[in-house]
Design a protein around this ligand. Structure first.
Ligand code: ZN
Length: 410
């Protein structure tokens, strides 16, 4: 393998590596430059920069300062790329760092981050997943093993000043509608923990005060958390600044659709081997506003599922109008209830839905008042028969194995 263009040392703080950044801003200098047609390898931290440890305590998930994330590698400048072009990125391969063959999945506490089912799982919890070649399994979630669907949770190009101002306008406006909400509606710029790469001094302070946080996906891609944007896929990114400024991080060994556990998929440190080319003027030529991509020819071959339905009636019986978010939540809760009949704790079941290659589908959005969402649970990831039958489930003996829990409600 060729020498990485950018390396990371997992024993060094990401703040001490100037090829890393954790905000979006057009003034962040390029970490390195390449030419169209070049292929190169970027190493990455996990999204928390190594804060979450391979141990049996969830206190790190409970206590993490979420203003520090995500630690991204880049930006990479591509000679000749100009605003209006498309940057074509081939994800040639992705893997875990050889000195870090594990990943984590967790649920944030409701008071610090939350998650899709935070009202049902208000305390921080964590599971550790060992990476064994192309497979993963967890000492905290027995009875399942699956092949990696390895992808970057976060990849995108730098915004220009106009786009950055628009992001801040609309997100700060949303926060203002309910400023005291826990968890918050969005995350405004926050300079104290900003890492602006090579940018230093007054220029750094000025940019950090307005730099966008990396949490949401936006027009440039960013934190899309699309499990199928996996190694072998080809992505077409809108370019907003000279050189494009491509950054990547938040690598996932595997994830279910929705990344419902939020902390997160199976999060890992690793490396991305990629090739970049440019389509001049491609944004206008193809009418591109958000990135488009072509999937990988290689995905885990799971072809049998149990499919759970959910409708837009919430847990309290309240009728919502065509709300797909509510419907997908019900499909997930229905799957969790089902899995507990086989011996899993609710937390283990939630962790499986967040980490396994679970599919989520929007099935109906027109049949008023209920939308219908479905969650597709692959049956072949289980080491026992998970199918329903007339004899009832064979309850597994997991000998009290469970996920570390942090008691933080006070
Ligand atoms: Zn992630």
């Amino acid at each position: 393998m060729t020498e990485p263009l950018i390396k990371v040392d997992l024993n060094q703080s990401p703040y001490d590596n100037e090829n890393i950044h954790n905000r979006w801003h057009p003034d962040i200098p390029m970490a390195s430059w390449v030419k169209p047609g070049d292929d190169f390898i970027l190493e990455t931290y996990d999204w928390t920069g190594g804060y979450i440890k391979n141990n049996n305590s969830a206190d790190d998930v409970r206590d993490i300062d979420l203003s520090t994330v995500h630690f991204l590698t880049g930006p990479i400048g591509v000679h000749g790329a100009q605003p209006g072009d498309l940057l074509v990125v081939d994800l040639l391969d992705i893997g875990a760092k050889s000195d870090s063959l594990w990943g984590f999945n967790g649920f944030f506490s409701k008071k610090n981050g939350g998650g899709f089912l935070t009202d049902h799982f208000p305390e921080a919890q964590k599971s550790i997943w060992d990476i064994k070649g192309m497979f993963t399994e967890s000492r905290h979630v027995p009875g399942v093993k699956y092949a990696g669907l390895i992808h970057p949770g976060l990849i995108g190009c730098l915004p220009d000043p106009k786009m950055l101002a628009e992001w801040n306008r609309r997100e700060v406006g949303l926060i203002a509608t309910e400023p005291d909400r826990v968890p918050p509606l969005a995350n405004p710029p926050f300079s104290p923990t900003a890492h602006m790469g090579k940018l230093k001094g007054d220029a750094k302070a000025k940019a950090a005060a307005e730099a966008a946080r990396t949490v949401p996906p936006r027009e440039h891609g960013g934190n899309c958390d699309i499990k199928d944007l996996s190694r072998g896929s080809k992505i077409f990114f809108p370019v907003y600044v000279d050189g494009a400024g491509l950054s990547v991080g938040d690598l996932h060994f595997s994830q279910g659709d929705g990344e419902i556990t939020f902390c997160g998929a199976i999060e890992m440190a690793g490396w991305v081997h990629m090739r970049v080319t440019v389509i001049k003027g491609g944004m206008a030529t193809y009418g591109i506003k958000n990135p488009i991509f072509k999937p990988s020819p290689i995905t885990p071959h799971y072809n049998d599922y149990i499919i759970f339905e959910g409708i837009s009636v919430d847990e309290a019986g309240k009728q919502h109008y065509l709300d797909v978010n509510v419907a997908y939540r019900q499909a997930c809760l229905n799957a969790i209830n089902y899995l507990t009949k086989f011996g899993y704790s609710r937390a283990q079941a939630y962790s499986i839905l967040g980490t396994a290659p679970v599919q989520g589908h929007i099935s109906g959005v027109v049949d008023i008042p209920n939308s219908c969402a479905t969650l597709w649970l692959p049956t072949q990831i289980f080491e026992f028969d998970i199918n329903p039958n007339a004899h009832g489930p064979v309850v597994q003996d997991f000998h009290g194995i469970d996920m570390p829990l942090s008691h933080d409600l006070n």
